[in-house]
Design a protein around this ligand. Structure first.
Ligand code: ARG
Ligand code: ZN
Length: 885
């Protein structure tokens, strides 16, 4: 059993187990309340010591070794399960029978009940909640699974691999036998039993094998499965073409389930998905939903090679599969977008990914939960499925790709698979394969795996007119005296007319490209560019070539210049973001002093110029004209003052809507997309810019904008338009129209859980535009008794509570501390139901020390009260103790 004070697990303590499992036969007698699991493990000795089995919350019915009941004296119960002394044997057939209650499993880890069906989630440590097993990723076994159940309640029976037999049994029961030909760790085990319908397609792999692809959904949702299926086929084709990796099974299944702790899970041949990353049709899903589905389907599919065929030695290596697989799904989405929408669409994808990194990962890396992409220790492994392991991990892989080039990277991947297919390995093994395939020394690069915190890169430029030289000094600033990193920096110099200059470094004979890739290895690097006729404007870290904070002093004029001329689309966007940050922080400082914030004209001019630049794709303009996320802005303020920030943002949004009102209205008309909805980056970009304009127009209360938004929010269009309009109204002073639109939305979608999640989230995230308006918290408390709300469904928790805690900082951090009291009550309640979800919600206050002293005191009171409680799960305890620590 897990104890209350979980011990700290350390990476350096890794030891292989004395026993491994060669193959395992599982037999499930399925029942919602009493499932019996018979587990036969063919074990093999690898070293000295007992057989170690993990077990959590299991009722053990019997335990035998080679057919003989295990003597008390050979058995030792431990904190994590049991140990069996197997004497002098080198092989053993161990059979254990356990009973579990899936209906009582509110943690949604292990085997659980949802919507009448039975589903599993085993990563990271859920399998030990199903049966006793050496539940570690370095134990790879061949699985055969027999499922037996009532035919009426559970007509569909699925598990990993290939269906080898099925049939009827007496008493209205039936069975199915599944065999997975590939050895796998237990975290990749899955089963599904329920009343589901299927969309299927057969495809040929590149080598000509026929494969059956299936998407399983609840009855009534078949018309929402096509996009997931298309995404799966596109993913297959991309991995064949880009990495020469083919699907290795005859059958590949995706199953959508309503209750799921995270996004999705890559179980071998049987991916289980949160329904929100599968189901889409135009009137229920937005463009953004379509995009997410495509990338999550791809992510799980790509894991089949990066994660499943080659897996992790231990959970500290998680980024080995997650960072790499996120990188792969990002590249896939970028290629898909570029194929349909051109290179500008690729740039937009890169911008979105970096925006996400800065919003979610940078604050994590600057707070009490900061850890290297390969952590050195943990208490609850489920707390380490983080933005750092995933998104920063993907940036580290991207740097390898940048340093080695696409071909070099591919060669490294090929070598990695040739060495490690079928093995459980480490991040070192991956980087070594990259190094060997390219004949490049990556020892210094490995520091990215062990240093935490976002590095800073200080840049200073000096122009010498007489010498026609531009000198650039780049200095790495690391916390805690860390050593210098191996860091690729792509850069260019922009001439006074706005064109990139060909770059000649001192000592070179002819001019090179306009964007150069510099490999920093030292703490400080000085570059001298020659033949420069006038002072240039540097454009550094193009494409965000390294996950660092670039510190470069630029005045407003330079930022406006780069907003207009930087040839690197990422940096052009970044210039706009930097200008926005500067303006918003100054306005916030005024708001905090009680002074009415003013928007500088220079900013408005630069902003307007981007808006009016018809040479730029609408999708690009939409990201470039979107204000930075509040979480990112708060990160740059000391102290962080969410209430003052919100006041500044309201003034800014209003001004943008007022001063550019005619432009936004004109665009709104011009950008309308004719014909039926299709998910396509060009159309999606037009809709995104239009929806953004609507936000500004409604914020300013422009009558015509509000009128159009109300018509769209309540009309007969698709969800992208409807939800865009609803969001614009809710985030505006037009409270009567917002109320009308919310009521209309509720009437239409009351029975549609996924769509209602949007309805809950938009209200929880609502800004208060007039001081007299209802505080978000009052609305949320009322919505908790809405018939569509449920405390046992993670999506509902994320929609109603998560959106409040994360997307509504000004309301959550209200001055009277009511937001924090509400938070503590939610954590208390969720901690009992579902520690993983509770811990995710607990993390929203981890950076409380950045708040104003008054807010700190209020937050501390609640955190301390929680930590003092007895029944905290290890997950929640770890987060809160670190927050106070
Ligand atoms: N491997 C899954 C994915 O990224 C996520 C599993 C998350 N598990 C957890 N306990 N948080 O595709
Ligand atoms: Zn993953």
């Amino acid at each position: 059993m897990k104890t209350e004070h979980a011990p700290t697990i350390r990476r350096i303590d890794y030891q292989p187990l004395a026993w491994t499992v060669q193959s395992v036969d599982l037999h499930f007698t399925l029942d919602a309340k009493a499932t019996v699991v018979r587990n036969r493990m063919h074990c093999e000795r690898r070293g000295a010591g007992p057989l170690v089995l993990m077990a959590e919350g299991l009722t053990r019915v019997s335990l035998t070794v080679d057919g003989v009941e295990v003597a008390e004296t050979a058995l030792r119960e431990t904190d994590t399960g049991l140990e069996i002394d197997l004497g002098e044997r080198d092989t053993a057939l161990v059979e254990v029978v356990t009973q579990i209650n899936p209906s009582a499993n509110t943690e949604l880890s292990g085997l659980y009940h949802s919507g009448g069906g039975l589903y599993t989630q085993c990563e990271a440590e859920g399998f030990r909640r199903i049966t006793c097993f050496p539940d570690r990723p370095d134990v790879m076994a061949r699985f055969t699974v027999t499922l037996e159940a009532d035919m009426a309640a559970f007509p569909v029976l699925l598990s990993n691999g290939n269906l080898v037999d099925s049939g009827d049994l007496d008493g209205g029961r039936h069975f199915a036998i599944w065999e997975d030909p590939f050895p796998k760790p237990s975290y990749l085990f899955a089963l599904v039993a329920g009343d589901l319908v299927v969309l299927e397609r057969t495809e040929k792999t590149r080598s000509g094998r026929e494969v059956l692809l299936q998407v399983w959904v609840e009855d009534g949702n078949l018309d929402r499965a096509d996009h997931a299926m298309d995404s799966l086929v596109h993913s297959m084709r991309w991995d064949e073409k880009t990495f020469g990796l083919e699907l290795d099974l005859d059958r590949y299944m995706i199953v959508a389930v309503s209750d799921f702790n995270m996004g999705a899970m890559e179980n071998k041949g049987l991916n289980i998905f949160n329904a929100k990353f599968v189901l889409a049709k135009p009137d229920t899903a937005t463009d953004v939903d379509y995009e997410h589905i495509e990338s999550v389907v791809a992510h799980e599919y790509f894991h089949n090679w990066t994660g499943n065929r080659v897996t992790c030695q231990d959970w500290f290596q998680l980024t080995l599969k997650e960072g790499l697989t996120v990188f792969r799904d990002q590249q896939f989405s970028a290629d898909m977008l570029a194929a349909a929408g051109g290179e500008s669409a690729r740039a937009v994808k890169r911008i979105e990914d970096v925006r996400m990194l800065r919003t979610a990962q940078f604050p994590e890396d600057a707070g009490p939960m900061a850890h290297p992409i390969r952590p050195d220790q943990y208490q609850a492994i489920d707390n380490f499925y983080t933005a750092t392991v995933y998104e920063k991990g993907a940036e580290v892989i991207r740097m390898l790709h940048t340093l080695l080039g696409a071909e070099g990277f591919r060669n490294g991947m090929d070598l990695y698979f040739s060495y490690h297919d079928g093995q459980a390995v480490t991040c070192d093994d991956f980087v070594e394969a990259m190094s060997e395939a390219n004949g490049v020394d990556l020892d210094q690069f490995m520091r990215w795996y062990s240093q935490r915190g976002t590095p800073r890169l200080l840049a200073e430029g000096r122009y010498d007119a007489a010498a026609r030289q531009y000198t650039l000094t780049l200095t790495q600033q690391r916390p805690d005296g860390d050593e210098a990193l191996h860091m690729p920096v792509a850069l260019g110099l922009i001439g006074p007319k706005g064109a990139d200059l060909p770059l000649t470094l001192a000592g070179e004979t002819s001019a090179g490209a306009t964007t150069r890739l510099i490999e920093l290895k030292d703490t400080s690097t000085t570059l001298v560019f020659e033949g420069i006729d006038a002072e240039p404007v540097p454009s550094l870290l193009r494409g965000f070539s390294a996950p660092v904070i670039l510190e470069l002093t630029e005045d407003d004029r330079r930022l406006a210049f780069r907003m207009a001329h930087d040839s690197d689309p990422f940096n052009r966007w970044d210039a706009a973001q930097r200008f926005m940050v500067r303006v918003i922080l100054a306005m916030t400082a005024d708001a905090a002093k009680g002074v009415l914030p003013q928007v500088p004209d220079a900013f408005m001019t630069a902003f307007g110029a981007l808006l009016h630049n018809e040479k730029l794709d609408p999708a690009y303009r939409a990201v470039a004209l979107t204000l930075p996320a509040e979480a990112y802005l708060l990160e740059q303020m000391t102290p962080a003052d969410p209430v003052a920030l919100r006041r500044a943002l309201i003034v800014l949004m209003r001004s943008i809507g007022e001063r550019l009102g005619d432009s936004w209205l004109g665009l709104d008309a011009r950008l309308s997309v004719a014909g039926e909805y299709r998910y396509h980056p060009t159309d999606a970009g037009r809709r995104a810019l239009r929806n953004l304009g609507q936000r500004y127009l409604c914020a300013a209360g422009v009558a015509k904008g509000v009128e159009r938004a109300l018509a769209r929010a309540t009309g007969e269009g698709h969800m992208t338009d409807r939800f865009g309009a609803l969001a614009a109204l809710v985030h505006s002073p037009a409270s009567a129209e917002a109320a009308t639109a919310l009521a209309d939305f509720e009437r239409r979608f009351a029975k549609d859980a996924l769509v209602m999640d949007k309805w809950f989230a938009i209200q929880a995230g609502a800004w208060r535009w007039i001081d007299s308006a209802e505080p978000a918290l009052a609305r949320i408390e009322a919505l908790m008794s809405h018939p569509a709300f449920s405390l046992s469904n993670p999506n509902k928790i994320y929609a109603l509570f998560g959106a409040y805690f994360r997307a509504n900082p000004a309301e959550f951090h209200r001055a009277d501390g009511a937001g924090y009291r509400f938070w503590a009550d939610r954590i208390r309640d969720l901690n009992k139901r579902n520690p993983q979800v509770a811990s995710r919600m607990a993390r929203v206050l981890e950076n409380w020390r950045r708040l104003t002293p008054a807010q700190q005191a209020l937050a501390r009171e609640q955190i301390e009260a929680l930590v003092g409680e007895k029944d905290l799960s290890p997950d929640v305890r770890e987060v809160l103790e670190k927050a106070l620590g």
